[in-house]
Design a protein around this ligand. Structure first.
Ligand SMILES: Cc1cc2nc3c(=O)[nH]c(=O)nc-3n(C[C@H](O)[C@H](O)[C@H](O)COP(=O)(O)OP(=O)(O)OC[C@H]3O[C@@H](n4cnc5c(N)ncnc54)[C@H](O)[C@@H]3O)c2cc1C
Length: 401
């Protein structure tokens, strides 16, 4: 019997829907299986840096994401207690240099834009994968609603706690980093403009913590995301309800603007940051992992979703170039693993610098050019997925089409 699906994508989050758009761009039919009963995203923000915007444009989503993206002029970093200016990271200049904008999105708007590019009859909601069986000529997927799908090939985009990754490789032993995050969304009209600084995108750096606030949805909302060193153990999920008073106590003696912003928080959530060892366990044979399922990373470089968008384009190109998807998957891993490992290392290094305990040392480090509150991101943002793929040498024999 023939398998009833050629390419199955498990997970309809940012990575899965981006992959579906990429395959569509290259004329490859795919079906998406998503656990949730409706496509949706948590109420929070996500950023896309220039190279990720290039990937989104290359899979036909340029106009859709431009319509819902907010163009941040840049991040203005101050000392958390004194309000002293420390650094300005000019994103308009970066956009001009790298040839694509830097957008901030409400996550739900971005997901809608990705879904808007697809035929909704190919997205199967309410399908939570519970089991996977690899056979020589197909992969059998079992879902909690009783459905069984036989697919020729599978793209696993089922997120940080991927069922498929665990089925292939067992537990990946996440380790608590000793850092936690608070997250909140405020109405833009409730926040005095002067609190948001000259650029509408503020970062306060303090000993062992930082606090970021920026406009999204054309200033209709302010997204707050923080990070602090702590031995408090909180869950890895993104939606554990937090206590606003506890959040305020996490940032003692804040300068007046930050104090005012904190006073406006009425709801918040919190989660713990976990790391996983860098791994080459990104799939095998007929199964390819993408997005957080393959390479979950700390949020300190703002690159988790961006790397998923690069994944989508590069995977689409290889599937288009190789007749055999198994070879396309092998090429995808050959090209993507070294780059993504570099980005994962950068997000670890950024966390160390932002949380320097000594403000004077931090200032000295910035002014001498040794460190930045944004890490050295040129090699990440300056990458062009399209021209880099075009430069791929003749495919090594083992990977040939
Ligand atoms: C605080 C924070 C801030 C961030 N900021 C940024 C940023 O500014 N820029 C950036 O690039 N990245 C950022 N990221 C990272 C980014 O959000 C993730 O890397 C991205 O969401 C990964 O997409 P994904 O589709 O792989 O996983 P997810 O978004 O988690 O999607 C996985 C999907 O799979 C579905 N699913 C799960 N299990 C199953 C199953 N068994 N069967 C079927 N479906 C299943 C889920 O319902 C979900 O829809 C941030 C992350 C955090 C935590």
């Amino acid at each position: 019997m023939e398998p009833n699906c050629r390419m199955a994508i498990v997970g309809g989050g940012l990575a899965g829907l981006a992959a579906a758009n990429a395959l569509k761009t290259f004329g490859i039919a795919a079906e998406v299986f998503e656990a949730a009963p409706a496509l949706g995203e948590i109420g929070a923000a996500v950023n896309a840096s220039p190279q990720a915007v290039k990937a989104l444009r290359a899979i036909g989503l340029g106009e859709k994401v431009a319509a819902v993206g907010h163009l941040s002029p840049g991040i203005y970093t101050c000392n958390m207690q004194t309000g002293e200016f420390l650094e300005f990271n000019d994103r308009h200049k970066a956009a001009a240099r790298f040839g694509a904008p830097y957008y901030t999105f409400h996550r739900a708007d971005l997901l809608d834009a990705l879904a808007g590019g697809l035929d909704h009859s190919t997205i199967h909601l309410g399908h939570r994968l519970t089991g996977i069986e690899e056979r020589t000529d197909r992969v059998v997927l079992a879902f909690d609603n009783g459905a069984r799908v036989e697919a020729e090939h599978v793209i696993a985009a089922d997120g940080v706690r991927s069922v498929i990754r665990q089925a292939l490789y067992g537990s990946d032993n996440p380790t608590y980093t000793g850092q936690m995050v608070w997250r909140s969304l405020l109405n833009g009209s409730d926040v005095p403009e002067e609190v948001m600084g000259p650029m509408g995108h503020m970062q306060w750096a303090g000993p062992g913590c930082h606090f970021i606030a920026y406009y999204i949805r054309q200033k209709k909302q302010v997204n707050i995301v923080t990070q602090e060193d702590t031995d408090k153990w909180v869950e890895e999920g993104w939606s554990t309800r937090g206590d606003p008073d506890e959040m305020r106590l996490s940032f003692p003696n804040p300068e007046p603007r930050l104090k005012q912003l904190l006073s406006l928080v009425t709801t918040c959530s919190k989660w713990g940051l976990f790391t996983r060892p860098l791994t080459r366990n990104w799939g095998r044979g007929r199964i390819q992992l993408v997005g957080d399922a393959a390479h979950a990373m700390l949020p300190n470089a703002g690159q988790g979703a961006c790397q998923a968008f690069e994944d989508a384009y590069i995977l689409g190109r290889w599937l288009d170039a190789c007749r055999d998807p198994v070879k396309a998957f092998a090429n995808f891993r050959r090209v993507r693993i070294p780059r993504v490992h570099g980005v994962q290392r950068l997000s670890l290094a950024n966390a160390r610098f932002k949380h320097m305990r000594d403000a004077a040392a931090q200032r000295q480090s910035v002014s001498s050019g040794q460190g930045s509150f944004h890490g050295s991101s040129d090699w990440v943002w300056g990458y062009d997925p399209v021209s880099e793929w075009d430069k791929e040498p003749a495919v090594p024999t083992a990977y040939a089409a």
